[in-house]
Write a protein that binds this ligand. Structure first.
Ligand SMILES: *Cc1c(COP(=O)(O)O)cnc(C)c1O
Length: 410
């Protein structure tokens, strides 16, 4: 009989979102008249802007004609998309990249998971707590960890608590680690890192021969010019960091699927015999073997994000979400809650009132305000006592939800 990958059995059953769904359904069935507003989701709600849709349609039409038909493209993405992203999105930050250093994909979740293919299992990994669950669970699946303890911490992973005390920016790990996951602007806490804070991590990585896996899925939501959008804005980062970006939240591509990874050519690891070796070469080999590229129309649509019209329309949607974030943040703060995030990030991370548990606050909000959010404890033990609200809803719902919460807490 074929043996299974036993590492999967170490995973805690997908608990958070199924449990939220179960409680919301039970409430809605018992209270059919209640208008439930969902601010728990991490999915966008605005449709694709017209300029992007037009490019997407035209690319589909290209497929209908012999002269313009496109079959397999380069596994690592079309040069015209890569060069556009570098020119429009990295060069303005003062970051120069070569075409060969960027790899287009069908989204960032898979990239964050697949990147583990090019690292030995012996590496020590550090992860934030609370965290985007993908970083943790993919390390469990690949066999880098032991079992989880009662709190949900897996043996072998170094967890870096992100708390009110450190303003949700983790401290450097006290033990030596080889791979560090960082995500700024952060999901779920909405925290952003300054240049000085990122420089501290880059210096640590350079001093310890560690690699930073930098998830910049929310960089487009940064409005403060002092906050870096890319880890490569920090001196030395090309020697120690891989960066992930996604079109999902930036341009409403959660259903369209497009992301990218930057693996600089300077970035090296060590072979078993101690020789330096290029991670860029490994990732190219991995992608050309296991991936056949994002689809042609999707890459055309992604390139249109950077056209003048495309970017104007995209920015308007980002501003719409960020106005939602402001409304949530200010409304809840005026109701006396301690709120974090929501500035330069589309998530609001609030401290539950009176030391209530995350799930108790979830039930209170659902039953008394008919508003759904996400319990912070679902993102890791240090999320207990916190709660995440997303700014991706529509404006009327956001305003009504905030009013209901304000009245309830008064
Ligand atoms: C949404 C999200 C992504 C992007 O995922 P896609 O697969 O590109 O849709 C990546 N990282 C974090 C932290 C996210 O919240």
């Amino acid at each position: 009989m074929a043996l299974i990958n036993d590492n999967y059995l170490k995973l805690k059953a997908g608990y958070l979102f199924p449990e939220i769904g179960r409680r919301v359904r039970a409430f809605a069935e018992a209270n059919p008249q209640a208008k439930v507003i969902r601010l728990g989701i991490g999915d966008v709600t605005r449709p694709l802007p017209p300029a992007i849709l037009k490019a997407f349609h035209e690319a589909v039409d290209d497929l209908a004609k012999v002269e313009t038909f496109a079959g397999y493209g380069p596994e690592q993405g079309y040069d015209w998309l890569i060069d556009t992203i570098i020119r429009e999105s990295y060069n303005p930050l003062g970051v120069q990249l070569k075409t060969t250093e960027m790899f287009i994909s069908d989204g960032s979740k898979c990239d964050c998971a697949n990147i583990l293919d090019i690292f030995a299992l012996d590496n020590k990994v550090a992860i934030g707590d609370p965290v985007y669950p993908v970083y943790n669970d993919t390390n469990v699946m690949i066999g880098r960890t032991g079992e989880a303890d009662d709190k949900g911490y897996y043996k072998g992973i170094v967890y870096m608590p992100c708390t009110e005390a450190n303003r949700f920016i983790p401290a450097l790990p006290s033990e030596k680690v080889d791979i560090i996951y960082l995500c700024f602007p952060n999901n779920p806490t909405g925290a952003v890192a300054t240049k000085a804070e990122l420089a501290k991590w880059v210096d640590y990585a350079l001093a310890n021969d560690a690699i930073i896996l930098f998830d910049a899925a929310y960089e487009a939501f940064i409005t403060d010019p002092a906050i870096p959008h890319s880890i490569y804005q920090i001196e030395g980062a090309k020697k120690c960091a891989i960066e992930f970006r996604s079109f999902s939240k930036t341009a409403g591509f959660t259903g369209v699927r497009c992301g990218l990874v930057v693996v600089p050519e300077e970035l090296t690891g060590k072979t078993a015999t101690g020789e330096p070796y290029s991670f860029n070469k490994l990732w190219l080999r991995r992608q050309t073997t296991k991936f056949n590229g994002a689809s042609y129309p999707v890459q055309k649509a992604a390139a249109a994000v950077y056209s003048e019209e495309g970017w104007r329309q995209t920015s308007e949607i980002i501003e719409y979400y960020m106005e939602n974030a402001r409304i949530i943040r200010q409304g809840l703060a005026s109701a006396g809650l301690a709120v974090y995030g929501g500035v330069n990030a589309p998530y609001i991370w609030l401290k539950t009132p009176g030391g209530m548990s995350s799930w108790d606050f979830f039930d209170k909000l659902l039953t008394e305000c008919n508003v759904v959010g996400t319990p912070g404890s679902g993102f890791g033990p240090s999320g207990e006592g916190y709660f995440r609200l997303s700014a991706f809803g529509n404006r009327d719902n956001v305003e009504e939800a905030v009013e209901r919460i304000k009245i309830n807490l008064r």
